[in-house]
Write a protein that binds this ligand. Structure first.
Ligand SMILES: [Zn+2]
Length: 519
């Protein structure tokens, strides 16, 4: 596939400037590998002159094979007054041994005279010398024209002169950068079109999201003729971040019909987004366009009803196209059709005339008014639906329990006893824990493991407590949400009570009952 728009990923360089991001060399190698497998043609690995970590990344990356991607090393133009071949930075760039070199230089006279403190002509020479040097070494050279748009607004003639200097030195692309992220899409379209009129070289676009237009501005650049888009996965980057590739890629491919990544990769977009968040140790943003968990979530009864009938009635694309999936949220707005869609999603065979639907809906509304919340507790919801549909016997009942705590000033220990009944047989166990819920979880699991040994593989992975407002002046209620994992899957359960231990026990019992139902 020959891309009509080339994607240039700078997650590892510009993206790593974002607050809270600190990639190790290993992290960078893993991300590069993932981007390559996805089919990104250019991966900027770092700034080898700026820190030893980036140098080491290139040393390690050199020994690896990339199927689709070419690695790029990034640097500023040569220093003022130093011949390019004597410049230490330039030497380090060569040592990175990447097929691509990206050079950033000044477009805006303000930066030339006030920041660099060189004459306008010396700046042009610095751009030309640096690019020519790497072209003579057989490299693909991209020229990132910093502050392209602010520079052009200030002095269009000089801005164009810098881009032409890069073109004349044989840059493979002149990439116009909205470094401060302050431009509007219309301005970008206008100025990229003007650049196109002055250059024969390929034009690229590199935008930042300071006005919330990072993605819109990249699209505006492409509409005006740019054929390379630079950005980062999940929009990581300094301040408010860079152009988000997880939005730009599907917009180019699905909305504009422009080839940019292999078509078979597009359904892996969500996975790529989550992978990079995972490595960066960020919780994925649920509201992220295209790939977020709420991107195709329907809550209103009417929407869910329509989506159940004709999927695209309330969806701009099919969620599967980017590896996402439709979710129907169950809430107090839930109508019959929400339950129907949700029940099918959970694997139940139901149709609009199933008589139990009405009872299920009534029960959910009742529980929600008591403070239950099923959006993150689908396993509890599945048990509830199953109870009404199949009327099957409970696999176990908790007959009695007791929790106590002993402390001696410096340390404390909790102890729980639980008595369960399974098919006429009882089991009574005691467990200790570093908190009451931990002890209760241990005791319940131990009691049940006599009958269902595989429950010992399950682990409680998250526990959240919310105190619900009390409107009636009685004791406030506590809602407990628990996430359990068996190593392969995770599921959420909920409990609500005025007593935190009781609420926890409900959620724990549901999590184990669900594991038994799914085995
Ligand atoms: Zn940037």
């Amino acid at each position: 596939m020959k891309p009509e728009v080339e994607i240039y990923d700078t997650t590892l360089r510009d993206g790593s400037q974002g607050e809270g991001i600190n990639f190790s060399v290993r992290d960078k190698l893993r991300i590069a590998e993932k981007l390559d497998a996805f089919g990104i043609p250019y991966i900027e690995g770092g700034f080898p002159g700026s820190n030893p970590k980036d140098l080491e990344f290139f040393q390690q990356a050199r020994r690896r094979k990339y199927k689709n991607a070419k690695l790029a090393a990034f640097s500023m133009t040569r220093r003022k007054g130093v011949p390019v071949e004597k410049d230490e930075q330039m030497r380090r760039l060569l040592e990175a041994q990447t097929p691509v070199i990206t050079i950033v230089g000044k477009t805006w006279l303000l930066h030339v005279t006030e920041v660099l403190r060189v004459t306008p002509d010396e700046n042009l020479a610095m751009i030309a010398d640096s690019i020519k040097f790497f072209k003579d070494h057989g490299k693909i050279v991209f020229y990132d024209a910093e502050h392209s748009f602010d520079g052009y607004k200030d002095d269009p003639q000089y801005a164009v002169a810098t881009w032409q200097a890069a073109e004349k030195a044989r840059a493979d692309a002149v990439v116009l950068c909205d470094t401060n992220g302050g431009c509007l899409p219309l301005e970008i379209t206008r100025m990229v079109a003007a650049a196109k009129g002055k250059l024969r070289a390929r034009i690229g676009i590199h935008t930042h999201n300071d006005c919330g237009f990072g993605v819109a501005n990249a699209i505006a650049g492409v509409e005006a003729g740019a054929t390379q888009v630079q950005g980062t996965i999940n929009g990581y980057g300094e301040r408010t971040g860079n152009c988000n590739l997880t939005s730009v890629i599907p917009a180019l491919a699905l909305k504009m019909g422009l080839a940019c990544v292999p078509p078979k990769s597009l359904p892996k977009l969500r996975e790529l987004s989550y992978f990079v968040d995972e490595i960066a140790n960020f919780k994925p943003d649920p509201r992220q366009p295209w790939v977020g968990s709420t991107a195709f979530a329907h809550k209103g009864g009417m929407h869910a009803h329509a989506v159940g009938r004709v999927a695209d009635s309330y969806e701009h694309i099919s969620p599967e196209a980017v590896g996402n999936s439709r979710r129907v949220l169950v809430s107090d707005m839930a109508g019959r059709s929400n339950i129907l869609v949700k029940a099918r999603e959970l694997g139940f065979q139901v149709h609009a005339e199933t008589p139990a639907l009405k009872e299920i809906l009534g029960r959910i509304k009742e529980l929600e008014s008591e403070g239950f919340e099923f959006e993150a507790a689908e396993a509890s919801l599945a048990l509830l639906i199953q109870k009404y549909l199949k009327h099957r016997e409970l696999p176990f009942t908790v007959e009695a329990y007791h929790v106590s705590m002993r402390g001696n000033g410096t340390s404390s220990v909790c102890e729980a006893t639980v008595k369960v009944r399974v098919k006429g047989q009882s089991s009574h166990t005691v467990a200790e824990g570093d908190g009451p819920v931990n002890a209760l979880d241990g005791a319940l699991r131990l009691a049940l493991s006599r009958f269902f040994p595989h429950l010992t593989r399950m682990k409680l992975t998250d526990y959240k407590v919310r105190i619900l407002d009390s409107a009636t002046g009685t004791a406030a209620k506590t809602r407990v949400l628990i996430t359990t994992s068996d190593g392969k899957r995770e599921w959420g359960t909920v409990g609500v009570s005025e007593n935190i231990i009781t609420a926890s026990l409900q959620a724990l019992a549901d999590s184990m009952e669900y594991a038994l139902m799914k085995q």
